[in-house]
Design a protein around this ligand. Sequence first.
Ligand SMILES: [Zn+2]
Ligand SMILES: [Zn+2]
Length: 318
Amino acid sequence: MDVQWLLVCHGLLTALVLVSFFCGQWPIFQGTCVQRIHFFITFAAYDYFRRFIHFACGSRGSNAMLSVEYYCCDRPNPILQLIYLLIIGTTYYFIAKSSFGYIPGYYLNGVHRYTSFLAVGVGILLFLLTSFSDPGTVSSANVSQYISAYPYDNIIFSEKECSTCKIPKPARSKHCSICNRCVARFDHHCGWMNNCIGEKNTGYFMAFILWHFLICIYGVVALTLVLAGRLKELKVIYILTTYYGIENSFRSLAPHVVQWLLSAYNTPILIMMFLAIISLLLAGFFTYHAKLCVTNTTTNEMAAAAEGGWRRFEASGG
Ligand SMILES: [Zn+2]
Ligand SMILES: [Zn+2]
């Protein structure tokens, strides 16, 4: 197998592992290999590692691991925020390094050097707005306002007090055990943002997802135009048909062109594949959340309704 194809396989495998790690719990991946890889990376592999540490270092090692686990999973921490910045930073760096030399090109205007920077900048700004905005923290000062805004349905939400905050719990709110506060119209706690998504920042969150979907599409289209421009500028089709005697048809030329692109431009191609996969995931995630917005439901209520349905099913002897 050619080195180029090995590179592509390596890229695809890395993308699959990344997607599984970050998005494996999403409902669209239920029952697929993505979910199984996610389970292995986040649970099974970790479980084996924990047993190994206990075997090698005894209970001191296990306790140290438990405190790391507590800090990473059960307390607010910026780990995933830093990973997001690392992903967007390195992707942009590799795009600039591998493709900016060809901009302006045959099909792409020089302005895209700046618009791409601006697009990433807006993405980071939306990330900061979602991460550091108040999701709608319920306090004794504003609780009555939230109670009148959201009436109790007595199905999922009935009148009660939050045992931790010692204030009445408005309907549609939830106490986030990670942030240790009650949040109005609670959707979910987002590890990537290190913040809850609720009443006041769902708009920023949706804009963040949509914008990142658009950036990925922009990246794929711009890189495609860069490569198409290189084909044109270097007269690849002309050389292949005139000097190598290859028939001037799409079917005959395509394998040679692909081979040439893979050998000369493997970095932009790998980035394009990565962006295409991420854009599909973001499209799925955005559609799911847009559906929730249209039906005026939250992820938290969907989970509560599913659990309620399951309990009723169990109670009926199912
Ligand atoms: Zn609370
Ligand atoms: Zn939270």
